[in-house]
Design a protein around this ligand. Structure first.
Ligand code: NAD
Length: 479
């Protein structure tokens, strides 16, 4: 099946007439092609967005809200179709796409459809100066949204929904590795009555299509989620063009476990936070630190549970771990297992590819637990982004805090303890944009979302996202 670009409400072939193969990770087969859109295609998308902007930016908040909520309802009504498409494109279990990816994509539209009706700006009375200042929050114009492959529709819509809610028009590019649900979204937008040109979706490689979006002189804001190296490159290109930038990048998140935690809850959640979505969530707790007194017990219990996870075809109901997203990614993850061995770490379980009967060319890997001797090793410092976690003991709070913060990343951290004072102390000192205490991936869409250090710049979520997608203008009136 050939995917097309969605420009001005219509599905069109790329001007470039260049195509990229689209793989199904569960069987390694090519099942379609996607455009590798050129600068000209991006220009067409930009022109369409620019033409739609005057009218969309003046559309009432109630009307924008109504359309966004309609998109949300249509996504919910098409849950099964979208979940199956997401799974086929990405390799994730259909069951996961049904409870996480697609419902969350629908929530993104509903949430920002509601949020825009509550978004307010400030006013300041300049006492003693006979003046009043008020702030306008005006849409930027045409903005660019670029997203990765791990949570395809979930992260794509996390950008698009606030951008259009705030009155902008969008040129968006999903990952070339997982383009399918973004393609399907076009029809839903038309059915919901989103005016032509408000959202334009161009497909293609990062280095061609993505680069053309970032370089476009009139696309004045870029919201990007992806790898840290790509983020650094985008920042370099965008900075001299004075674009607003939101960068959500990689992570190497600590999962810190104290002996006084609720053990069973911690154990079950730690299996999830390690291996959900084949470990390909930027928020996964890929470095597990365990207080020495329970280390032996936890190590045994954790490994036993991990060995019980079923690696299988994404459509099977009892599959816990589906396929990794692509052959190159599988190879990258496997290379880190070899690095761990070279570094003298111990593979406690997993480490090998899995052959799933009938799908022998799929990209399956056992969930892998690596016991490391030191925090300095590469598998503990570099993002692997697969079903691989490390585990090691610690003695004191200070020691674990130092190890947790020693990486270049700072996206999220998870803390398991029932000690209130320790919770407060550590939450203050952990270098992360999000700290979860006695839970993981509990999301309230009103909260600021993003990372520190090499995990990114800026915050998404709630009013933070609406602020990013608007320019604040101060009006000062003297009376
Ligand atoms: P990636 O950086 O390779 O690609 C992300 C997107 O950027 C894709 O659409 C790609 O085509 C595009 N791109 C690549 N080069 C570009 C360029 N020169 N100009 C413009 N666009 C370009 O990342 P990926 O492999 O798709 O995703 C995995 C990474 O994403 C991991 O590092 C993960 O941690 C990160 N991630 C972060 C978050 C977060 O919220 N912080 C969420 C999910 C994933």
């Amino acid at each position: 099946m050939n995917i097309k670009n969605y420009i001005n409400g219509e599905f069109v072939n790329p001007e470039s007439n260049q195509w990229i193969d689209n793989y199904n990770p569960s069987n390694g087969e090519v099942y379609g092609q996607i455009p590798n859109s050129s600068k000209d295609d991006v220009e067409k998308a930009y022109q369409s967005a620019q033409s739609a902007f005057p009218s969309w930016s003046q559309t009432t908040l109630e009307e924008r809200s109504r359309i966004l909520i309609k998109i949300s309802e249509l996504l919910e009504a098409n849950l099964d179709r979208f979940a199956e498409a997401e799974s086929k494109d990405n390799g994730k279990p259909v069951s996961l796409a049904k409870i996480v990816d697609i419902p969350r994509a629908a929530s993104n539209f509903r949430f920002f459809g509601n949020a825009i009706t509550q978004f307010a700006s400030e006013s300041h009375e300049s006492v003693g100066q006979n003046a009043v200042n008020y702030t306008l929050r005006q849409p930027i114009g045409v903005v660019g949204c670029i997203s990765p492959w791990n949570l395809p529709l979930y992260l794509f819509t996390w950008k698009i929904a606030p951008a259009i809610a705030a009155g902008n028009c969008v040129v968006a590019k999903p990952s070339e590795v997982t383009p399918m649900t973004a393609y399907l979204l076009g029809d839903i937008c038309n059915e919901a009555g989103l005016p032509k040109g408000v959202l334009n979706i161009v497909h293609g490689l990062g280095t061609t299509t993505g680069q053309a979006i970032v370089e476009h002189p009139s696309i004045k804001a870029i919201s990007f989620t992806g790898g840290t190296a790509t983020g650094a490159h985008i920042a370099k290109v965008a900075a001299p063009l004075f674009k607003k930038l939101s960068l959500e990048l990689g992570g190497k998140n600590p999962n810190i476990i104290f002996a006084d935690c609720d053990y069973d809850d911690m154990l079950n959640t730690t299996v999830r936070s390690s291996f959900a979505n084949q470990g390909q969530i930027c928020l996964c707790g890929s470095r597990i630190f365990v207080e020495e007194t329970i280390y032996k017990k936890l190590k045994t219990d954790f490994v036993e549970k991990v060995k019980g996870l079923k690696v299988g075809h994404p459509s099977e109901k009892d599959t816990n771990i589906g396929a990794l997203v692509s052959k190159p990614h599988l190879e990258k993850v496997k290379s880190y297992i070899n690095i761990a061995k070279e570094e003298g770490a111990t593979i406690l379980c997993g480490g090998d590819e899995v052959t799933v009967e009938g799908f022998e060319n799929g990209y399956y890997l056992q969930p892998t637990v690596i016991e490391v001797k030191t925090d300095d090793c590469r598998v503990n410092q570099e993002e692997i982004f697969g079903p691989v976690v490390t585990i090691m003991p610690f003695k004191t709070e200070d020691e674990v805090l130092e190890m947790a913060n020693k990486v270049k990343y700072g996206l999220s951290a998870t803390l398991w303890t029932n000690n209130l004072k320790r919770t407060m102390r550590m939450s203050n000192k952990l270098q992360a944009g999000i700290v979860w205490v006695n839970t993981w991936m509990l999301r309230d869409l009103r909260t600021p979302f993003g990372g520190v250090k090499d995990s990114g710049v800026g915050r998404e979520g709630g009013f933070e996202a609406l602020r990013f997608f608007t320019e604040g203008k101060n009006v000062c009136i003297k009376y």
